[in-house]
Design a protein around this ligand. Structure first.
Ligand code: GDP
Ligand code: IMO
Ligand code: MG
Length: 428
């Protein structure tokens, strides 16, 4: 396979960064195609831990081209800061490309994100507060700016003026201070100068790479259940993390995607509000949270914890055509006597295995579990499927059985080396 996707199959934080970093060794180009710095992707190797928000997790491999494609929303300041941190740590940032069509995320988007959340009160989404929703809203409302506007003075002046007319009206409605055109314009000119070396027509670049048969890895952010269309709306993000959105977000032909690797945590977590049928509370949830260090990379919020939900995995697999699973954080379940897995829900006396469109219905779904025996052996150094304790093997086999998707990889610790490959997505 030449073009592989790393897709989150739950509510984000499945370990996409770790798996992307691992697979990047084989790829020449690694692409982030949606979202912005709401993502927090953690990578661990050589005794060090790195957290990426905007830059693809392929950056740690020499010679890898890292593309921030057109479907992304990018805060120029956050991007430049991330480049700086990576440079200081000794990594080559000269092969980063930013799409001229990617949306510019301004500070006023962050301000409006906060204001919208405050207005929602008890019904708040629990966003990361990074301005993602307001920035995508502007894109859809046609009042957004693109990265290309930052390096074209005439365009910048025109677009920013018209954007601020709308945005200042909105800020006034919240009794928030307006944004001054002149000072933001000057700031944008400076940012444009700094961004110039990175900005390119990445669609044309990626089309050429597809034609050449270059190995490309697409790194999703968030997860299927946070998809704007297929997630638990409105408790979702404002883009689609599904592989289906790649061709459009990157500007490449529809049939470009060849293999979708679904990243699935061995249990489930969620940050922010919204329904979560297999959620656990109390001491056991706290124990798993500590063991898995389940605190948000971006916001440091404690993540909500629950059992693995196979209906969620099937939902993701059905939409994006997942070809194989990478099951992560399997080691966190070590020592749990009995592990539950949700195989179906019950609703109004009937069995259901699909995710409904309305939240009001989903909130009433009761999870139905099967119980599997746990294992006590330390699995953090396991190098093959056969080395896993029998009960851990059965756990992975159960995922295969109910989803009819094979396990391609599993992960037994945060380090790059704690990864076991059963089927290399780039191999076929
Ligand atoms: P992402 O947003 O999908 O990239 O995931 P995050 O990086 O936000 O969260 C995953 C967390 O789990 C990070 O702290 C990783 O270092 C860690 N992690 C990834 N894989 C494993 C694993 O197999 N075992 C353990 N214990 N931690 C892991
Ligand atoms: P990675 O890529 C987990 C969640 C937020 C909130 C909802 C909307 O690290 O998996 P937003 O700021 O996007 O408008 O928030 O989406 N969310 C994430 N949850 N991992 C993420 O990214 C997330 N990005 C957004 O918590 O519930
Ligand atoms: Mg994350």
């Amino acid at each position: 396979m030449k073009r592989v996707v790393v897709e989150g199959s739950q509510w984000g934080d499945e370990g996409k960064g770790k798996i992307t970093d691992y697979l990047s060794e084989k790829a020449k180009v690694v692409v982030r195609f949606q979202g912005g710095n709401n993502a927090g992707h953690t990578i661990v190797f050589g005794g060090k831990k790195y957290a990426l928000r905007l830059i693809p997790s392929g950056i740690f491999h020499k010679n890898t081209v890292c593309v921030l494609a057109s479907g992304m929303v990018i805060s120029p300041a956050a991007f430049l800061e991330e480049v700086d941190v990576l440079k200081k740590a000794g990594f080559d940032t000269s092969k980063i490309m930013v799409s001229d069509r990617a949306s510019v995320l301004f500070d006023y988007h962050k301000t409006l994100d906060g204001a919208n959340e405050a207005q929602l009160k008890g019904a708040k989404i629990g966003t990361t507060g990074r301005g993602i929703g307001p920035c995508y809203t502007d894109k859809a409302s046609r009042v957004g700016l693109r990265m290309g506007d930052l390096i074209n003075k005439t365009s910048l002046q025109k677009r920013l003026k018209s954007a601020l007319e709308f945005k200042n009206r909105e800020l006034r409605s919240f009794n928030l201070p307006e944004v001054d055109f002149n000072s933001l314009y000057k700031e944008c000119l400076k940012l444009g100068e700094k961004l110039k070396p990175f900005i390119a027509n990445t669609a044309i670049y990626l089309q050429e790479q597809v034609k050449k048969g270059t190995k490309i890895l697409f790194e999703g952010a968030q997860g299927a259940m946070l998809c704007l269309t297929y997630g638990t709306y409105p408790y979702v993000t404002s883009s689609s993390p599904m592989a289906n959105s790649i061709p459009l977000s990157c500007g490449i032909p529809t049939n470009s995607v060849e293999y979708v690797l679904g990243i699935a945590k061995a249990y489930t977590t969620r940050v922010g509000e919204g329904p979560f049928p297999t959620e656990l509370f109390g001491d056991f949830a706290d124990e798993l949270r500590e063991r898995g260090h389940e605190y948000g990379t971006v916001t440091k919020r404690p993540r909500r914890i629950g059992w693995l939900d196979l209906n969620v995995l099937n939902h993701a697999a059905g939409i994006s055509g997942i070809n194989g699973w990478a099951v992560t954080l399997l080691d966190v379940l070590t020592g749990v006597d009995e592990i539950k897995v949700c195989t179906k829900y019950t609703f109004e006396g009937k069995d259901v295995t699909t995710i409904p469109a309305t939240l009001e219905e989903y909130e009433q779904y009761k999870p139905h579990y099967i119980t599997l025996k746990g294992w006590k052996e330390d699995i953090s150094k396991v190098k093959s499927f056969e080395e896993l304790p029998k009960n851990a093997q059965t756990y992975l086999k159960t995922i295969e059985k109910y989803t009819k998707v094979p396990i391609a990889m599993f992960s037994v610790g945060p380090d790059r080396t704690q990864t076991v490959v059963l089927h290399d997505p780039f191999a076929d």
